[in-house]
Design a protein around this ligand. Structure first.
Ligand SMILES: Nc1ncnc2c1ncn2[C@@H]1O[C@H](COP(=O)(O)OP(=O)(O)OP(=O)(O)O)[C@@H](O)[C@H]1O
Ligand SMILES: N[C@@H](Cc1ccc(O)cc1)C(=O)O
Length: 361
């Protein structure tokens, strides 16, 4: 794969790369790049996470040495799973199984636990250095990276340490690339600002879109799109907002049937988001076929998402027909996951533990 092909693959279905020219420069020099994505283990894997999972796969294919950080200590700070580190670790292992079930090349992807970092005093020296170079106001503003509002550290000041930890994770692992959904932007921009002050390299940030909650969203007068998108995103701590990778075809249909999808409305439409960022990429961009009786226009095939969006915007594709086809394809894509979790004993047991734990936050 030449540099142009790599950049095309890395860039597809992202919101932004900060910056593309830095990425190009490193690729042109033939540098061996190291990257990561971190996640907080808690709760079940929803289809929103398939957006970054696909990008993780793309980055591996583009030759970037990728690892996944199971941010167990961060999840503890963020009160996930009642702060029970054993359960949090189980939730991390569960995610490993989901990624495997989705077909990711887990033998080519590193797997790191926060414990591997926090057991080293040098890591904490970095956390202090990052904090020394960050104002309190900036640290508070960055709390959206953990799904919290700036004032949520008032009663629990450990939360103020979290952004410094996330920045330190990147520096400690000496990474070139940080992958995350758009809601992780503030962590990456903070890393880029602090890096030159602590003699570290600026990370190249790759941000993927956030799937909208099944309840949808409406554009308001928002200052930071990353803050608004994170407020209305599909999220594991709001189960009613999400389709989980374990949902049966019946559950998927029943959730999609009720999902926000007004005729002709494209913005913050969760059904279209799923088609664009999950179905097209996970089916390797094969045509999306909507079966309809002749009297409603007959069966129609869309070769690209753009064609489908145009038809929907112009009222040539009815929300119910779109939802039916989306449910069918999504159920098909998720079938191997359902099968894997029936057949793999460890995965099955972890799923049982995590899904029966009532406390996600
Ligand atoms: N709806 C979504 N669409 C796409 N990516 C998402 C979505 N929600 C989270 N992500 C991404 O998944 C990664 C892990 O996020 P996170 O642990 O905050 O998920 P979450 O479902 O919002 O969980 P929680 O509700 O516990 O905050 C991040 O990179 C984040 O940007
Ligand atoms: N902040 C991320 C999790 C994360 C934690 C540490 C990291 O280094 C990276 C990501 C989230 O809420 O999903």
């Amino acid at each position: 794969m030449d540099v142009e092909e790599k950049i095309k693959l890395i860039k597809r279905n992202t919101v932004e790369i900060v910056t593309e020219s830095e990425l190009r420069e490193k690729l042109e020099k033939g540098e061996k790049l190291k990257g990561y994505i971190g996640f907080e283990p808690s709760g079940l894997f929803h289809v929103g996470w398939m957006v970054w999972a696909k990008k993780l796969d793309d980055l591996v294919r583009a030759g970037i040495e990728m690892r996944v950080l199971a941010a167990t200590w961060h999840a503890w700070v963020n009160d996930k799973l009642g702060g029970d580190l054993n359960l949090i670790r189980d939730a991390a292992r569960y995610v490993w199984h989901v990624l495997k079930a989705l077909g990711l090349p887990m033998d080519k992807i590193g797997w790191v636990y926060a414990e591997d970092l926090v057991s080293d005093p040098n890591y904490w020296a970095l956390v202090i250095k990052v904090a020394k170079n960050t104002s309190l106001a900036r640290m508070k503003r960055a709390l959206t990276i953990m799904g919290r509002k700036a004032d949520e550290a008032e009663l629990d000041s450990s939360k103020l340490i979290y952004p410094a930890m996330q920045v330190s994770d990147i520096v400690y692992m000496d990474l070139d690339v940080a992958l995350g959904g758009l809601d992780q932007r503030k962590a990456h921009m903070l890393q880029r600002d602090v890096a030159p002050k602590i003699n570290a390299k600026k990370v190249i940030a790759i941000h993927t879109p956030l799937l909208t909650s099944l309840q949808g969203g409406k554009r308001m007068d928002v200052k930071d799109l990353d803050d608004y998108a994170s407020e209305i995103k599909m999220s594991k701590s709001k189960p009613e907002s999400a389709i989980f990778v374990h949902d049966s075809p019946e559950e998927i249909w029943s959730k999609l049937k009720k999902a926000y999808c007004p005729a002709g409305v494209v913005e913050f439409n969760p059904v279209l988001d799923i088609v664009k960022y999950v179905i097209f990429p996970w089916r390797e961009y094969k045509p999306f076929v909507v079966e309809r009786p002749e009297k409603f226009g007959g069966t129609v095939a869309f070769n690209t998402y753009e064609e489908l969006e145009e038809a929907f915007r112009e009222g040539k594709l009815h929300p119910l027909d779109l939802k039916k086809a989306t449910a069918k394809y999504l159920s098909e894509i998720l079938e191997p996951v359902r099968r894997y979790f029936q057949e793999n004993e460890e995965a099955k047991e972890l799923y049982r533990k995590i899904s029966s734990s009532r406390i996600t936050r």
